[in-house]
Ligand binder design. Structure first.
Ligand SMILES: NC(=O)c1ccc[n+]([C@@H]2O[C@H](COP(=O)([O-])OP(=O)(O)OC[C@H]3O[C@@H](n4cnc5c(N)ncnc54)[C@H](OP(=O)(O)O)[C@@H]3O)[C@@H](O)[C@H]2O)c1
Length: 280
């Protein structure tokens, strides 16, 4: 199997202070990729930078970055340029869901935060990063979407909408970059146990329950998918990868019984055991 060596390249990751983004930083560092890690919680980034540099000898540069603020995004990319850091791979990972309200009960400030982070933030970062890739006509943009961007669930309204938008951006960016040697991939995870549900509900107990009774994905499973996409030979573009935990058979169906369904009939019979009533 031909695998592209990324040693010495630089990956910029948004939302690297936790979960999937942090796991991506760890796995890129393991294969010798230098890192620019960003998020709002700088103390976490600093600690991660020190650990990864010590463990793997890679250069890790942390930047505090709130992707919702385009002025800050532009300023950080200016600093990256002034520091003469390069960017080969961009992982647009920063994102969140807030609450699980039906639209009629939704809080507009939650909608704004999700749209500003998951959609506008991804656009701002991509626009600011692309000149680094275009300059050398080489690179890879990897967007973390969601299975919520490929389907629908009750009360998923705005979170689903932002992830559907990420899916549209991934497809159209690939088209906009036609003729350039830049790859665009999207990874769409199912249920991953991270801080995601805690952030969503501000309720540790409820978040813990979300992952009970089945074996969820962890951040490292999605990082593994990111590394797979990035290490394909340069003429190969994995355009989209959907990754579910084995126990999740569809966006809204998680088997929490501990046994895997033997037939579709069993799934129907035990429907209440499979429904992911709170969504994710
Ligand atoms: N967990 C799942 O089941 C799941 C499933 C499908 C897709 N996803 C997607 O995976 C991505 C990562 O989520 P996760 O599961 O790893 O959750 P997580 O553990 O809560 O991590 C989210 C990351 O996003 C960052 N972030 C949030 N708002 C930000 C902002 N305004 N500016 C910059 N960074 C921001 C957070 O950092 P700071 O708070 O330090 O800024 C954190 O590092 C998200 O896009 C999410 O939608 C998750």
């Amino acid at each position: 199997m031909k695998q592209l060596s990324l040693k010495g390249q630089t990956a910029l990751i948004t939302g690297a202070s936790s979960g999937i983004g942090k796991a991506c930083a760890e796995q890129f560092a393991e294969i010798g990729v230098n890192l620019i890690i960003t998020a709002r919680r700088f103390d976490r980034l600093n600690e991660l930078a020190q650990t990864l540099t010590k463990q793997h000898g890679v250069r890790v540069t942390p930047y505090q970055l709130d992707v919702r603020d385009n002025g800050v995004v532009e300023a950080v990319f200016k600093q990256i340029e002034q520091a003469e850091l390069d960017i080969d791979i961009v992982v647009n990972n920063a994102g969140l869901a807030l609450s699980s309200d039906k639209l009629q009960d939704g809080k507009t400030e939650n909608w704004d935060t999700m749209i500003d982070t998951n959609l506008k933030g991804l656009l701002y970062v991509t626009k600011a990063a692309l000149p680094f890739l275009l300059k050398k006509n080489k690179g890879h943009v990897i967007n973390i979407g969601s299975v919520a961007g490929l389907g629908y669930y009750t009360a998923g309204n705005v979170y689903c909408a932002t992830k559907h938008a990420v899916n549209a951006i991934s497809h159209t960016l690939r088209m906009d970059l036609a003729g350039k040697a830049i790859r665009v991939s999207e990874i769409d995870p199912g249920a991953v146990e991270t801080e995601f549900s805690e952030v969503r509900w501000s309720d540790k107990e409820r978040a813990k329950k979300m992952y009970e009774g089945f074996h969820p994905l962890v951040g490292a499973d999605i990082a593994d998918a990111v590394i797979y996409c990035a290490t394909r030979p340069e003429h190969v573009n994995v355009s989209q990868m959907v990754v579910y935990p084995q126990a999740q058979s569809a966006l809204t169906d998680i088997n929490r019984t501990g046994d895997q369904p033997k037939s579709i009939f069993d799934v129907t019979k035990n429907r209440k055991d499979f429904l992911c009533l709170d969504g994710f």
